[in-house]
Design a binder for this molecule. Structure first.
Ligand code: SF4
Length: 74
């Protein structure tokens, strides 16, 4: 379990784990759009996900497998 930064407490994904951790492709696409269009912290979030290897769910506008590829390429 990582310690989430203060900015994470007020984000569009708050309380939407069923969407952001869904295995459904349509849900993942919706979550990615929310990150891209509604979140002010998308870059910080992606950095947090890559540095903590958060490869399950949608973070910073990327899916877990996309983040995993970024982790492996780093
Ligand atoms: S970028 Fe997406 S997952 Fe990250 S805090 Fe914003 S809405 Fe949530």
């Amino acid at each position: 379990m990582i310690k989430t930064p203060d900015w994470y407490k007020e984000t569009p994904c708050k309380g939407r784990d069923r969407l952001f951790f869904s295995s459904d492709k349509v849900d993942r696409t919706t979550a990615k759009k929310i990150c891209a269009n509604e979140c002010q912290h998308v870059d910080d979030c992606l950095m947090m996900a890559v540095s903590n290897e958060l490869i399950i769910g949608v973070w910073g506008g990327k899916t877990g497998p996309e983040i995993e590829r970024m982790v492996n390429a780093a």
